[in-house]
Design a binder for this molecule. Structure first.
Ligand code: AMP
Ligand code: GLY
Length: 426
């Protein structure tokens, strides 16, 4: 088979690495890829959101399966374009990708289907949003409706903060048209968890759990990032909690999308708050998480190409997923300044230092320059290790992290600490 993977981050390197392990695969292309992906796949210089050029490429190269990493091409309708040309592609179509593209759509869907989520109101103009605030209770959460690269959510402790958030999003348009509408919702409390499911529109599998670390600094301090590390499994999701998540959230979402004429194919990523009343939906993404994918795929034993083809063909009920019981930890090495402005073009040393077979250095923001590997993004590398226990996996991963050097490299020291300090991490 010939496979095309779309994207250029650590998630896509992990996908390419896993796809490479399939005996069915003869050739992998990645658009646009990065320096690490280049050792496993042929990188092609087509941007991940140039969906017409990607379709033309897939047709010309007779690609058997295309795998989409980021949300932007899915939301733009890449699946619809490929399907119209008779090309197989793993992911949701434009209508189903609304679950990530519009928070207002998602809230109304959840409400219609009786799926637990924070109480909310939707506003199309700043005046009525501001008027609502006059009588509101705090804290509350203001969310831009559309895609805002993970930055469109503001937790407001005071009226002033909420007024400012509405003004920034709807009047100053800091997220452009993503802020044409806002959702204002109740602030929920509890530990957070992300659950990833793969669906074929009808049947689904839940993947092994993983916990992201969203804040830039240790102890969950500082601004939010795309994710500074992850570990799998996440002990916070107990078997009892998982069965509630499946019966109250994942199953009714897959069934509801199908009943409403938009069957969901691909990866459904549910961002959840585990409140004392049970799990509630914070958001959906319609793709693999990054860095959750880097921590989960090394544990997957089943051929990922079989899973993706079964999703595309509506045959997921014919499969059983097999997992490695060993835990996995992943630490992101970022470039100084991230998540704000960061340096690029810094030569990276020590990449060959991951000598043990249980460690993989996935590349996120890297490129080849003058024969060497240099930084090209905020999140630069995703170092990942398996271990017989979570403490062993974490120790192993930091051994490699400490050997990799570039100017102003930065990483969190506490990835996995929460999992290590619980029974399930033993
Ligand atoms: P989202 O992009 O909707 O997942 O929101 C980003 C982050 O904002 C989440 O990971 C939560 O930490 C926080 N958040 C979102 N919605 C709520 C809510 N209703 N209550 C409390 N925190 C929230
Ligand atoms: N790690 C968070 C995300 O992929 O959205």
């Amino acid at each position: 088979m010939k496979i095309l993977v779309i994207g250029s981050g650590g998630r896509e390197h992990a996908l390419v690495w896993k796809i490479r392990q399939s005996p069915k695969v003869r050739k992998i292309f990645c658009a646009p890829g990065n320096a690490g992906i280049a050792s496993l796949a042929e990188c092609v210089t087509i941007a991940s959101d140039d969906i017409n050029a990607l379709a033309a490429f897939a047709q010309e190269k007779k690609i058997d399966l295309t795998v989409v990493g980021p949300e932007a091409p899915l939301v733009a309708g890449i699946v619809d374009i490929f399907e119209a040309k008779g090309l197989k592609i793993f992911g949701p179509n434009k209508a189903a990708a609304q679950l990530e593209a519009s928070k207002a759509y998602t809230k109304e869907f959840l409400h219609r289907r009786n799926i637990p989520t924070a109480v909310y109101k939707i506003f199309d103009d700043p005046k009525s949003a501001q008027e609502f605030l006059d009588k509101a209770q705090f804290p509350l959460v203001v969310k831009a409706d559309g895609l805002a690269a993970g930055k469109g959510v503001v937790i407001c402790k005071t009226l002033d903060e909420a007024r400012q958030a509405i003004d920034d999003i709807m009047v100053k348009k800091v997220f452009k048209s993503a802020g044409d509408r806002v959702v204002i919702e109740e602030c929920l409390e509890g530990p957070e968890a992300s659950i990833l499911a793969i669906s074929d529109g009808k049947h689904f599998f839940v993947l092994e759990t993983a916990q992201d670390h969203k804040r830039i600094f240790d102890d969950d301090l500082g601004p939010n990032t795309g994710g500074m590390g992850a570990y799998s499994p996440a002990p916070v999701v107990t078997p009892d909690m998982m069965s509630k998540i499946i019966s109250r959230i994942i199953e009714p979402t897959i069934r509801g999308m199908s009943k409403e004429g938009h069957p969901f194919k691909g990866v459904l990523y549910a961002g959840l708050m585990l409140t004392y009343q049970g799990p509630q939906v914070l958001e959906f993404n319609v793709r693999f998480g990054d860095p959750e994918t880097e921590a989960v795929l090394p544990r997957l034993k089943t051929d990922i190409v079989d899973i993706m083809m079964a999703s595309v063909d509506g045959k997921l009920d014919k499969l059983n997923l097999k997992w490695d019981s060993r835990p996995c930890g992943c630490v992101i090495i970022a470039s100084g300044g991230y998540p704000g402005n960061y340096d690029v073009d810094k030569p990276i040393e020590g990449l060959e230092s991951a000598e043990d077979p249980q460690t993989v250095v996935f590349h996120a923001g890297t490129k080849l320059k003058n024969g060497g590997v240099v930084t090209s993004g905020g999140r630069v590398l995703a170092v990942t290790s398996l271990g017989d226990t979570m403490p062993e996996a974490i120790k192993r991963v930091y051994k490699t992290v400490d050997r990799i050097k570039f100017d102003r490299a930065f990483f969190r020291r506490d990835i996995g600490h929460k999992a290590v300090n619980t029974k399930a991490g033993k």
